[in-house]
Design a protein around this ligand. Structure first.
Ligand SMILES: C[S@@+](CC[C@H](N)C(=O)[O-])C[C@H]1O[C@@H](n2cnc3c(N)ncnc32)[C@H](O)[C@@H]1O
Length: 261
């Protein structure tokens, strides 16, 4: 019988918000060393181009109208590739530990004895705040950062759990919340957060196409509807959002655009 190939390994890697220069050096090295690359929908072409030409590239997320792969299929695929002895990179947008199913994937692979490591990435909220010139925490103004999603697996919104986010000293970073913005605002206001609380919705954070919509909690849903964002949106709600400098992103955007040319 031919000898079994040595078991490969899987690296769960954060690609950041899209721009290649927001990758960590460790993430870049992981991509350059990948023999198989499984990537999500939000991974930019610029980042994908960094993978070796001979690397097997498999798209797992929704892109250009295609449907997403089921999580169980992704798990089995990673296992199969690792069993072929390959170094597999599972590339995820932002940071893999934030709404990235990293816990499930790691547990699955480890249960089959596959070596797994996680490479962190710049999450959307941090990219958005940096690009538009405001902090997520601020002395005397925002002592806490709460990262939350509005939706659960079924796409519905949970009605409990909003009390902590209603505290004035909390900055709420809401992921996957575009369509639930009105319902979330209602919950927060109902739990005592001022309707006039500043909010910024940032679309395509970290990329030259980034757009920020500065508003308040009570107008968030209406302003989002009017802006019709088509890219991913992170909502940042709290007093720090009043510090957003929409003009400050311009030089960064110009640099990014130049780098793309
Ligand atoms: C499944 S979650 C993944 C989050 C990712 N792991 C991270 O750390 O940024 C997808 C959601 O993240 C947010 N998001 C991801 N990339 C973004 C970007 N470049 N700009 C704005 N929001 C983004 C959006 O709310 C999007 O619906």
């Amino acid at each position: 019988m031919p000898p079994e190939p040595k078991l490969g390994r899987v690296r769960l890697v954060g690609a950041g918000p899209g721009a290649a220069d927001l990758l960590t050096v460790r993430a870049l090295r992981a991509i350059e060393g990948a023999q198989a690359l499984l990537y999500d929908a939000l991974i930019s072409d610029e980042v994908l181009a960094l993978a070796p030409a001979h690397c097997l590239k498999i798209q797992t997320g929704k892109r250009a109208g295609r449907t997403s792969m089921a999580q169980s299929t992704i798990n089995r695929l990673m296992l199969r590739l690792a069993r072929r002895g390959l170094t597999v990179v599972r590339l995820k947008g932002g940071d893999p530990s934030i709404f990235g199913r990293v816990g499930e994937e790691r547990a699955f692979l480890q249960s089959y004895g596959v070596e797994v490591d996680v490479v962190p990435g710049v999450t959307a909220a941090c990219a958005a705040a940096a690009q538009f010139g405001f902090p997520l925490t601020h002395r005397g103004e925002a002592r806490r950062l709460l990262i939350s999603t509005a939706t659960v697996a079924s796409g519905a919104m949970l009605e409990e759990g909003w009390l902590a986010a209603a505290d004035r000293q909390t900055t709420l970073a809401l992921y996957m919340g575009r369509d639930q913005a009105g319902a979330v605002a209602q919950q927060l206001i109902g739990h005592g957060r001022a309707a006039s609380t500043p909010a910024v919705a940032v679309e395509n954070a970290g990329s030259p196409e980034a757009r920020a919509i500065a508003t308040t909690l009570e107008h968030l849903a209406g302003d989002l509807l009017a802006a019709q964002p088509s890219g991913p949106v992170v909502l940042l709600i709290g007093d720090v959002a009043a510090r957003a400098d929409l003009g400050s992103a311009e030089p960064v955007l110009q640099q990014l655009r130049k780098a793309r040319r």
